[in-house]
Design a protein around this ligand. Structure first.
Ligand code: BG6
Length: 468
């Protein structure tokens, strides 16, 4: 059979987030973000930075000072695009200032120039788990309507500044994770809200309006730009073929797709009214909100895909944090962090999304976290990563063959970065190793792993070298 190849328009790249890579948390005028008071999203979060306490994002991998070296390595791999986020508190340290921080703006000018110099398209997320902490502490987070104005101002400033440099944008990273990690995604603490489900949907509404307003501005300021939604869309299967498991899994999926339904179709789906009723939710909307959402849908759907889980009927699926994993899927292997590896699930999701929306898809996160380091010969042999990459890319080729419109693929963490979930360094995704441990010790030196040359060859051969 003829070997399939990726079409030439398909962009191969890598993806990071500012808060997991840059470090320099208070350098050049940057203010603290919500991530700067946590040690991994799933752990406890401090109200303010505690003097002397270790926070992984504060130094991260010091990308802020080493980005030139890192981008040169990305270019050596042949990356065509590079996804990162703009740390909002680098531009507005508190989030509600009148004037932006020039040094923060200059940093991203330099970063984007460096990418473009090496022929890489910047793909930029406006908000990736790094809302200015002040907006959480003083305004209570995204269920406060005032955040729409602050975000819109931030968006306008960066669109104007980078209009000649950035053509691919996304508004909120994994917006559907408002359900599971509300502080990271929406800067609010559900345990401090009278009705956490109300807060969740109110925050979602504000982010929908903010996203639509940002899309409007983006179209006006950068007419040839594309704006995407970004959702976490690892799939969940019914735990058994019992109709209760099947239907609840469907409802669980809709809980996520709800966000894409609004951002892509431009209106609230009918099914959400019942969910709101059952949870005593009354979303406050102002005149014009629904109209702006209707007028400015996104152009493409960006999403992350890492694994599949199973869902068992009876597991609470509204307003909980986690609780979506039934029993382990006996047909799949797991990573050391218990994430079940499911390449075919990616083909399933691509088809599912394209059937539902018929707009281009961009896989902006996919990868495997492994604990690894140099062997006695100073080599880092990461065959599991190569295997994971190849298996997933093969399924993407199948999805393209199925008729799905795919814009590209950005591997999550082409260089080791801090884990968002656990705050660990040892949960490594990179093709490039960074010498740093969980406690912050290490030289921060970079070193190529075996997968570095493999990904380079994948890109150069447009997927012809994927193992059979
Ligand atoms: C996604 C996030 O959910 O998963 C990233 O957008 C994150 O920020 C990635 O790093 C992998 O998760 P983790 O917890 O292994 O870092």
């Amino acid at each position: 059979m003829e070997l399939k190849q990726f079409p030439k328009e398909f962009l191969f790249g890598g993806a990071i987030a500012a808060n997991q890579a840059e470090g320099a948390w208070n350098v050049d005028g940057k203010g603290p973000s919500t991530t700067d008071v946590s040690n991994g999203i799933v752990g406890p979060v401090d109200d303010n930075i505690i003097e002397g306490k270790f926070y992984p994002s504060h130094e991260a991998i010091d990308f802020y000072h080493r980005y030139k070296e890192d981008i040169a390595l990305m270019a050596e791999m042949g990356l065509q695009c590079f996804r990162t986020s703009i740390a909002w508190p680098r531009i507005f340290p508190n989030g509600d200032e009148e004037q932006p921080n020039e040094k923060g703006l200059q940093f991203y000018d330099d970063l984007f120039d460096e990418l473009l110099k090496h022929g890489m398209e910047p793909v930029v997320t406006l908000s990736h788990y790094e809302t200015p902490l002040h907006l959480a502490n003083t305004y209570g987070g995204w269920d406060n309507r005032e955040l729409i104005g602050f975000f819109t101002k931030f968006s306008e400033i960066v669109f104007k500044r980078y209009k000649n440099k950035v053509k691919y944008w996304m508004t909120f990273n994994e917006i559907n994770n408002l359900h599971t990690i509300p502080f990271a995604t929406g800067a609010f603490r559900p345990e401090r809200k009278e009705n956490p489900v109300q807060a969740l949907y109110q925050a979602a509404h504000h982010q929908f309006v903010a996203s639509a307003l940002a899309t409007k501005l983006c179209k006006e300021i950068i007419p040839d730009a594309q704006m995407g939604a970004m959702l976490s869309l690892s799939v969940s299967y019914p735990n058994t073929c019992h109709p209760d498991d099947v239907f609840e899994t469907y409802q669980l999926r809709r809980r996520s797709l709800f966000f894409a339904d609004v951002q892509i179709r431009g209106e609230y789906p009918r099914y959400i009214k019942r969910v709101w009723k059952e949870h005593h939710v009354e979303v406050q909307m102002e005149q014009g909100d629904e109209e702006i959402i209707r007028q400015y849908p996104v152009d493409y759907l960006g999403f992350s895909y890492y694994r599949s889980t199973t869902h068992k009927a009876g597991t609470k699926i509204i307003g909980n944090t986690g609780g979506i994993i039934g029993t382990p899927n006996p047909y799949l292997e797991s990573t050391p962090w218990g994430w079940q590896i499911d390449p075919k699930g990616l083909r399933y999701v691509c088809n599912e999304l394209y059937d539902r929306y018929q707009i281009p898809l961009f896989i902006v996160e996919n990868g495997i976290g492994m604990d690894e380091g140099p062997n006695d010969n100073s080599e880092i042999i990461d065959d599991e990563r190569i295997r994971y990459l190849d298996l997933h890319l093969k399924e993407i080729l199948e999805a393209i063959e199925d008729g799905v419109e795919m814009m590209g693929y950005t591997w999550w963490g082409p260089i080791d970065i801090v884990s968002a979930g656990t705050g660990e360094m040892k949960k490594r995704y990179g093709f490039i190793y960074v010498d740093k441990d969980n406690d912050g010790n290490g030289t921060l030196d970079r070193k190529k792993k075996k997968s570095f040359d493999h990904y380079k060859e994948v890109i150069a051969s447009r997927g012809k070298n994927l193992f059979a």
